[in-house]
Write a protein that binds this ligand. Structure first.
Ligand SMILES: Nc1ncnc2c1ncn2[C@@H]1O[C@H](COP(=O)(O)OP(=O)(O)OP(=O)(O)O)[C@@H](O)[C@H]1O
Ligand SMILES: [Mg+2]
Length: 157
């Protein structure tokens, strides 16, 4: 099975389900694959990444990289290492390029990477996470289900 089977929109009810989705994706990811995670604070980007790390079989813990922009999690079972990037504080695609991530040799997951990856990759998977409770007029509920949209993207150049 390839990741194409996961393209589309799904509702994810709980953090555990988000981690399960990540594990399923992680089991399919290979060195050279790039994933961009987009979504508001608390949407579940890091929770999904943790599952991806489990599925890939890399060393944890995968955390919100508060002070570290990119962290490499080595493979434990012979697969690809995971490079987890938090692009939140990067101000330009050039700064992403400057991190010198080993793209061909790793699976790269970039939180807040939208609009930056085209500098480093020809194609990637975009995963958009939405919190219905943050919609205008909606009731605030941090435990609300998340809408996850998985799309294949490529650079226009
Ligand atoms: N359906 C759900 N899927 C994922 N997380 C959920 C869900 N429902 C509630 N949560 C909670 O939302 C929070 C998601 O946190 P997480 O750190 O994964 O988000 P994030 O998108 O990485 O945030 P940040 O923008 O701060 O990096 C967790 O506390 C988790 O328990
Ligand atoms: Mg996060």
């Amino acid at each position: 099975m390839s990741l194409d089977a996961f393209a589309g929109v799904r509702e994810i009810a709980t953090p555990a389900d988000m981690a399960t989705l990540g594990r399923e994706l992680g089991a399919l990811l290979r060195a050279g694959d790039v994933i961009v995670l987009t979504g508001p604070l608390g949407a579940g980007k890091t929770t999904l990444t943790r599952g991806i790390g489990d599925g890939l079989g890399v060393r944890g813990p995968i955390q919100s990289p508060t002070f570290v922009i990119a962290r490499t999690h080595p493979a434990l079972t012979g697969g690809a290492p995971l490079v987890h990037v938090d692009a939140y504080r990067l101000s330009s695609p050039a700064e992403l390029e400057d991190l010198d991530v080993d793209l061909p040799g790793s699976v790269v997951v970039i939180e807040w990477g939208r609009g930056m990856v085209d500098a480093i990759a020809d194609s990637w998977w975009e995963i958009e996470l939405d919190r219905a409770d943050l919609a205008p007029e909606a009731e605030w509920d941090a435990d609300a289900s998340r809408t996850v949209t998985i799309t294949r993207r490529s650079a226009h150049r």
